[in-house]
Design a protein. Structure first.
Lengths: 616, 351
C-alpha cells in the first residue's frame, strides 16, 4: 500500500481500539454497513477478549475497492478510545497515517509521533454535555466517533440514519439519540479538521449481489435448509453463535403456522460428550442432527466419534476452531484442529472433513455435510474457524435451488425389507463399501444391533479375527468411495508455474491477494485450495505437478502439511511451510514475504523455465 | 463363543398376547452372562412385561452403555433395534434417538458402574430433561467385566471378593433421582419377579423418565459372605413398601384391595397402576417424605422397594420443547425447507 497521506479512495484500513462492553460493536457495525451500502467492498475483523466487560478490544475495517477479504497488515487510521492500549495502538499506525483520540483528557506523552497526523476530539465532553446517565454517555461516546469518521471519510449521513432506523425499528427514540451523537462528532470534525481526508470513501457499485454475513450464521442457515431437525450442543466460544442463529432461524421458519408446533428439537447438552451422543442417537434414528463446537469440545467428543465411525452412524459436527492448545485463546483464530479431526478417537479411525473458506461455503458445505454423512454413514466434520465464523465477510448472495432433496443414503424402507429374506446390517452389496441400514420402528425383520464392539458383517458381536478384519477392511473401501464424493480442490493454475501454494480454509482470501501482489512483482504461482479430507484425486495431481509447494496454514506444527505427507505421495522435500499462528487472521503480506524469502535466492540460481513440472 | 441365536420354535399352546405374539417373540439372543446372574432374571422380567403389554417389537428401542448389564439388551425383544453405545453415555444416545422419533418405546439398561460412576452426569441430565424412557439399573455393587472392583453403589463396610473393604459411601440412584426431580422412581430385586414385572410395565407406560433400580447380585464377584449385594443379604434386607399392580387399559380391576391401602393411578395411555401400600406409613406421592423414609430405612440397613415415587404432571422433553405429535424424522423435506423465496428475504437483513 502507498503512504497514507497521498489520496487513496476506497483503499485503506481503519482500526478502532475500545473497551469491551461499551457499545463499540454497534458503532463499528454501523460504520461497516454504511460503507457496504455505499457499494464499497469492505472487510471487518473483530479482535475481542474472552471477557464480558472492561478489557481491550479492537475492530479492523478494511475498505477495499478491489474486494480483498483478508487483512492488509497495515493500519492507516487508528481510533484510540482505550487509554490502556494507547502505546501499542499508536505504534501500529503506518507512517503518514492518522490518529483520532478522545481529547477530553490531556493527551498522554505516549501518543507522540512526528510522522502521523493527530486529531483530538473531546468525545467524552461532547457526550457529557448532551446526554444524561452514565451508561448512555459511555455508549454515545462510541457512536460519536463514528460521526467523526463519517466526516473524515466523507460517509453519507443519510445512509447512517437509514441504518439506524432499521436497527432500532421498534425503538424510534434510539434513532434520534444515536443520530444526535453521530451529528455531534460529525459537526465537530467538519469544523475542526480538513475534511475529508486524502483517505476517503466514494460510492461505487462493487457490492451488488453480495451480502455481509458471518460464517456461523451462514452455516446455521445451511442446517435449516438441509432439513436438520435435531440440534444439540454445549456452549463454547466461538461456536455458540451458530446454534443461536439456528434457533433464531428455526423459530421463524420452522414453526407450524396452524399448530404452533416447533419442527425441530433444540437441546442444550450438559457437555460436548452428551451433545455428540445426542447427534449420533438422532441420526441413527433417521433425523438430520448436528452439533457445533470448538477444539476443546472435539477433544471431548473423540470417543463418540470413534463409535460413530465404527458403528457407521452419520453425524454432522461444526468445529469453529480457536487458538489451542488447551483453553488457549478462546477469542482468537487458528487452524489447530486439522489433525485432531482427521483421526479423532482411538484405533484406526478417520473422518470426512470439509474446509470452508468463507461464510458462503459454510452455507453450502453445511448442506453437503448432511448429504455426505448420510450417504457415507459416518461423521462429517466441518472445520470453520473463529475468523470465518464470527467476523462479517462480504460474500456472494446465497442461492437456493428448490429442487434440492436430501440424500438420505442407503436406508431401507418397509417395502424393501419385506422383499428380503433376511436383513444384515453390514453386507456390502454394491461394492462401494456402503451397506444398507434401517431405522428403528420400521419392521421386526429390519432390527439390528448397533455397537462399538467387534462385529461381523451380519451385525453380530464377534471376537473372531477374520470376521473383525473383514468389516475393518470394508470401511477402507468406504473411505475410497468418500474420496470420490467429497468436494474437489479449487485449483488456479493460470500462472502455469512450477511453484504452487497449497492451503485450506480461511487462508484463502490472504492467499488470493498475495498471488496478485506476487504477480505484480513478477512472481507467478499456482494455487490449490483443498476443500476436504480425504483428499480428492486432483490434490495428488497438483502436488505431483509442482516442484516447490508452499503449504500455508494457521497453526504451529504444520498439521496440514503433515496430513499431505501422510495421505499423498508428495515428498516432504518439496514442501515449504508458511505458518501463521499468533491468533490473528493471516494477512496477505505474511504470505508474500514468506514466498519471496524462499523464492528470490532460488530464482536467481534457477530460471523459471528450467524447473520441470506443469500443473494439470 | 461369539453369538448364538435362540431357536424360534414355539409350542402352539403357548399363550398369545393382544398382537398374537407369544413370549418367545419377545426374547433375544442367548445370554452369555454367568449362570445364575441376576441380570438374566431381569431380562426375563422385561420379556414378560413387554409381552404382557403387547408392545410392537419393532417399536421398542433398546439402549445401553458398556458392562455386563449393557450386554443384556441383546437378550430381549430381537425385533427391536438396539444400540450398545459407549461407557456411561447411553442417556445421550437415548435423548437424540427420542428427539428424532417420539413415537417409539425407549428402554435403557445400565449398570451401577455405567450409571453411577462414568455415566453419572448423563444420568442426572436425562432426569432433568424428563426424557421419556424406561431406565433400568442392574445394580450389583461391583465391576464384573473387569473382575471385581467396587462400584459407586458398594456399601461402606462391604467386602470385595479379594477381601478389601469399601470405605467410600455409596451413591444411591433412587435418592439421587428423587432429589433431581425424577417423575417415576422404583426399586426392586432381580429375585422378585412378582414385583418387578408390573414395575416394568408401569415404567414403560409412564410418560417421562422412569427409573427402576434393580438389585441384581453378581454371582461371580459379589455373592460372598461380607458383601451387601449378595443374594442372601439382599433377600434379608429388602423391604417391599409399595407394591404396584399394573392394570392394562382393556382389563378391569379384579383384585380386591382393602380400603385405604390402595391408590389407583391412571397412566397417560389410560392404563392404571394400583399401588398397594405394604408399609402403611409410606407415601409414594410425597417426594420429600418418601425420600426421608427411604433414607431412614437405608440407615437401618434396609432397602425399601416397589414404586417409591410417582408423579404424572411433569412435562416430558417433547412437551417442553413444543415438538409436533408426528416424529421429527417423519416430517417431509417440503415441510422443513423454507424455500428459495424465504432465503431471499433472510438475505435482505445482511445487505
Amino acid at each position: 500500500m502507498s503512504p497514507a497521506n497521498t489520496t487513496r479512495v476506497n483503499d485503506f484500513t481503519i482500526k478502532i481500539a475500545t473497551v469491551n462492553g461499551t457499545g463499540s460493536a454497534s458503532a463499528n457495525s454501523l460504520l461497516m454497513k454504511s460503507i457496504f451500502r455505499s457499494g464499497i467492498p469492505v472487510m471487518g475483523k473483530n479482535y475481542f477478549p474472552s471477557n464480558i466487560q472492561g478489557l481491550p478490544t479492537w475492530y479492523e475495517i478494511r475498505i477495499t475497492r478491489d474486494g480483498h477479504v483478508a487483512r492488509s497488515g497495515q493500519v492507516d487510521i487508528m481510533v484510540a478510545m482505550n487509554a490502556e492500549t494507547y502505546a501499542r495502538d499508536v505504534k501500529e499506525i503506518v507512517a503518514g497515517g492518522y490518529l483520532v483520540y478522545d481529547s477530553t483528557w490531556p493527551r498522554p506523552a505516549l501518543l507522540k509521533r512526528e510522522d502521523i497526523t493527530v486529531f483530538g476530539v473531546p468525545l467524552a465532553r461532547l457526550c457529557n454535555e448532551n446526554f444524561n446517565g452514565v451508561r448512555t454517555r459511555i455508549l454515545m461516546k462510541n457512536i460519536c466517533y463514528a460521526g467523526v469518521l463519517a466526516a473524515l471519510l466523507d460517509l453519507d449521513l443519510a445512509r447512517i440514519r437509514e441504518l439506524l432506523a432499521e436497527t432500532y425499528a421498534k425503538k424510534p427514540q434510539l434513532v434520534d439519540s444515536n443520530m444526535k451523537a453521530i451529528q455531534l462528532g460529525y459537526d465537530y470534525a467538519r469544523a475542526t479538521f480538513p475534511c475529508p481526508l486524502p483517505l476517503r470513501v466514494e460510492p461505487m457499485t462493487g457490492t451488488a449481489g453480495h451480502i455481509m454475513i458471518d460464517g456461523n450464521t451462514a452455516a446455521a442457515l445451511g442446517c435449516v435448509y438441509a432439513g436438520a431437525t435435531v440440534a444439540a450442543w454445549y456452549p463454547i466460544t466461538p461456536s455458540t453463535s451458530l446454534m443461536d442463529a439456528f434457533k433464531m432461524f428455526a423459530d421463524r421458519m420452522r414453526v407450524d403456522r396452524d399448530t404452533g408446533a416447533r419442527n425441530f428439537a433444540f437441546i442444550q447438552a450438559e457437555d460436548e460428550l452428551a451433545a455428540i451422543g445426542m447427534v449420533i442417537g438422532a441420526m441413527w434414528n433417521g433425523a438430520r442432527a448436528f452439533t457445533a463446537t470448538s477444539g476443546p469440545g472435539i477433544s471431548l467428543m473423540n470417543e463418540f466419534l470413534g463409535l460413530a465411525y465404527y458403528a457407521e452412524v452419520p453425524a454432522v459436527i461444526f468445529d469453529i476452531q480457536r487458538v489451542g492448545p488447551s483453553t488457549g485463546m478462546p477469542t482468537r483464530t487458528q487452524q489447530g484442529d486439522l489433525m485432531e479431526c482427521a483421526y479423532a478417537s482411538h484405533g484406526d479411525t478417520r473422518h470426512v472433513c470439509l474446509y470452508p473458506a468463507n461464510p458462503e461455503e459454510c452455507f453450502y458445505m453445511a448442506v453437503q455435510a448432511f448429504d455426505l454423512a448420510e450417504r457415507l454413514q459416518t461423521p462429517v466434520l466441518v472445520l470453520s474457524d473463529l475468523d470465518i465464523g464470527m467476523n462479517d465477510w462480504m460474500c456472494r448472495d446465497l442461492k437456493w435451488d428448490d429442487n434440492y432433496r436430501p440424500d438420505r443414503g442407503k436406508v431401507l424402507g418397509k417395502e424393501e425389507i419385506l422383499k428380503l429374506e433376511k436383513f444384515y446390517r453390514f453386507i456390502d452389496k454394491d461394492g462401494d463399501g456402503i451397506t444398507a441400514r434401517t431405522l428403528p420402528g420400521v419392521h421386526p425383520k429390519a432390527a439390528y444391533f448397533a455397537r462399538g464392539s467387534g462385529h461381523t458383517q451380519y451385525g453380530a458381536y464377534t471376537e473372531d479375527a477374520a470376521d473383525y478384519q473383514m468389516v475393518l477392511d470394508r470401511l477402507l473401501k468406504k473411505w475410497a468411495t468418500a474420496k470420490k464424493l467429497v468436494p474437489r480442490a479449487v485449483i488456479d493454475a493460470t500462472a502455469g508455474a512450477p511453484v504452487g501454494l497449497v492451503s485450506l480454509g480461511s487462508c484463502d482470501g490472504a492467499i488470493r491477494e498475495a498471488i496478485e501482489v506476487l504477480k505484480s512483482r513478477g512472481v507467478g504461482v499456482d494455487y490449490m485450495r483443498v476443500r476436504s479430507f480425504p483428499f480428492s484425486e486432483d490434490v495428488e495431481r497438483f502436488l505431483a505437478a509442482h516442484q516447490l509447494l508452499f503449504v500455508v496454514e494457521q497453526n504451529r506444527d504444520a498439521q496440514f502439511r503433515a496430513l499431505l505427507t501422510l495421505e499423498t505421495a508428495v515428498e516432504k522435500s518439496r514442501l515449504r511451510s508458511l505458518l501463521h499462528y499468533n491468533g490473528l487472521p493471516i494477512s496477505s503480506a505474511f504470505i508474500v514475504e514468506g514466498v519471496l524469502a524462499e523464492l528470490q535466492p532460488r530464482q536467481q540460481l534457477q530460471p523459471k523455465g528450467a524447473l520441470r513440472g506443469r500443473p494439470t | 463363543m461369539t453369538f448364538i441365536a435362540k431357536p424360534k420354535v414355539a409350542h402352539p399352546s403357548l399363550p398369545k398376547n393382544a398382537l398374537g405374539f407369544t413370549r418367545r417373540d419377545y426374547e433375544g439372543a442367548l445370554s452369555t452372562l454367568c449362570a445364575g446372574c441376576g441380570h438374566d432374571s431381569i431380562t426375563a422380567a422385561i420379556v414378560e412385561a413387554s409381552w404382557a403389554l403387547a408392545v410392537e417389537p419393532q417399536n421398542m428401542v433398546k439402549l445401553s452403555g458398556i458392562g455386563c448389564s449393557s450386554k443384556t439388551t441383546a437378550y430381549f425383544v430381537s425385533g427391536g433395534h438396539g444400540f450398545n453405545s459407549v461407557h456411561g453415555r447411553m442417556p445421550s444416545i437415548a435423548m437424540g434417538a427420542n428427539a428424532a422419533n417420539r413415537a417409539l418405546q425407549y428402554i435403557g439398561v445400565s449398570g451401577d458402574g455405567d450409571t453411577l460412576s462414568i455415566g453419572l452426569g448423563q444420568f442426572c441430565h436425562a432426569i432433568r430433561r424428563n426424557l421419556n424412557m424406561l431406565y433400568i439399573i442392574e445394580n450389583n455393587g461391583v465391576y464384573g467385566l473387569t473382575k471385581g472392583q467396587f462400584s459407586a453403589s458398594a456399601d461402606v463396610g462391604s467386602k470385595a471378593k479379594k477381601g478389601e473393604t469399601n470405605f467410600q459411601p455409596p451413591i444411591d440412584p433412587v435418592l439421587l433421582a428423587m432429589t433431581l426431580g425424577a417423575s417415576f422412581v422404583a426399586r426392586s430385586f432381580s429375585g422378585d419377579k412378582q414385583q418387578l414385572v408390573p414395575l416394568i410395565q408401569a415404567g414403560l407406560s409412564h410418560q417421562g423418565f422412569a427409573l427402576i433400580d434393580v438389585l441384581s447380585p453378581c454371582v461371580t464377584f459379589n455373592d460372598h459372605e461380607g458383601s451387601t449385594k449378595s443374594y442372601a443379604y439382599t433377600r434379608e434386607h429388602y423391604e417391599p413398601a409399595v407394591h404396584a399392580d399394573f392394570v392394562p387399559l382393556e382389563r378391569e380391576i379384579i383384585a380386591d384391595y382393602k380400603e385405604g391401602e390402595t391408590l389407583p393411578l391412571v397412566m397417560h395411555d389410560g392404563s392404571r397402576i394400583v399401588l398397594r401400600k405394604l408399609d402403611t406409613a409410606y407415601d409414594p406421592t410425597n417426594r420429600t417424605l418418601a425420600a426421608a423414609q427411604i433414607h431412614e430405612r437405608m440407615k437401618a440397613g434396609e432397602y425399601l422397594t416397589g414404586l417409591l415415587y410417582v408423579e404424572r404432571s411433569q412435562n416430558e422433553f417433547h412437551q417442553a420443547n413444543g415438538t409436533p405429535d408426528a416424529p421429527l424424522n417423519s416430517l417431509p423435506y417440503e415441510v422443513l425447507s423454507p424455500g428459495a423465496q424465504a432465503l431471499e428475504k433472510v438475505l435482505a437483513r445482511y445487505r
